[in-house]
Ligand binder design. Sequence first.
Ligand SMILES: [Zn+2]
Length: 474
Amino acid sequence: MIFFNTLSGKKEKFVPLEKNKVKIYVCGPTVYNLIHLGNARPMCVFDVLRKYLIYRGYEVIFVQNFTDIDDKIIKKAEQNKTFFEEVSKKYKKEYIVDARGLGISKPDITPSATDYITEMINFISKLIKKNYAYKTDSGSVYFKTNKFYEYGKLSGQNLSDLKSDVRIFKNEEKKNATDFALWKSSKPNEPSWISPWGKGRPGWHIECSTMIKKNLGDTIDIHCGGEDLIFPHHENEIAQSECCNNKKLANYWLHNGFINIDNKKMSKSLNNFFTVRDLSKKVGYEVLRYLLISVHYRSPINFSEKIIDQCKSSLTRLYNCKNFLEKLSCSCQDTPKKSFGNINKDLKEELTLCKKRFIEAMNNDLNTADALGYLFILTKKINSKIFLNKKVLKSKQTIKFARNIFEELTDILGILYEKKSCKNPQIEIKKLIEERQKLREKKDYKTADKIRKKLDKMGIILKDTADGAVWENK
Ligand SMILES: [Zn+2]
């Protein structure tokens, strides 16, 4: 298995710290709002990473945090005239609704930042003691970036490049422009905790460093997140943790790419911003999950209505295959006479090869796009060799074998979990064909053709015969 490691800038063979065990940390949401499509990408992609590692026999410990104290949460609480805890509690719940909808397995541990204030204070105290941090007159604490010689190693920048970075927030309290807050002194009426430096609250980066140390130890195998987190968030996590612990924070850093909307970067200012909740009401959660894993995780995704339609029809095609296999399994059991002895060897080989290619794609930096390609080749083979072949290949063993492989692969990707939406495609197809037939009888060929096109999108080919229309899967 190889992964592209942001830290080295190249693909590396994956070797876990402990044999057969993988410790993963993913930066979770700041809970002040409904999540948008960009937030959902790391959720889905790294859920597939986790599922795949478990499939490969690893014991995975997957930690994803909640940032439940932050400027944005405080601002929202002020606007709504409520406590920050109410805001974070509400949006934590909303996040879980979306995560379940997207088919995300619950992380093993979901720490919330405010439960770790004591540990964060200890962490910061240690950094001050080691002369990696300093307190200011107002009672804030900053990290001394120029004391950590490797600062910038993740984002591939050096300190002088960074000083001109517009993302660096300058203020008079800092000794250096690149220094960042470990502890922020609080203004009156702001939520605060008592610390050796006065009343205040933790900075964002220290939360993750502390929760990693407490839940997974000083060094973890894989640290994940969106590429927008590389700098400054992950760079700062490295600086704090490595200076405090004298150990490497993470061996592999995996970052997912951005989402563009109609070729423009998705952002609030451009007002091309979609929440997962709104989209799920329009197209369903599973179509969103499918979209987010249908592209290799490091490539950008261009979101458009067209791509949503493509994802819908791809999913329908897979659901058709799943449902046919299920139906055939049942009918085989009911009527053993239909069973034609042993499994067909050629077909077994062909399907096994598809699975092998699928695994190879997943091993190659989690290439879900290629893996899906092989899943469709597999689906096509099942369609043509089993469904359309009335005799030879319809043995109980063949169907069982095909069904097992098909489910094994779709389970790795965490798709086809929505039972309701595509429960009985056959009824829907039959209805559409009948509707089309009636239109043709009325000589309304134009509308009839629209239905044929709709069926085509669903992966159904229609053939008009003297006995009426017959159909098959593509
Ligand atoms: Zn983080």
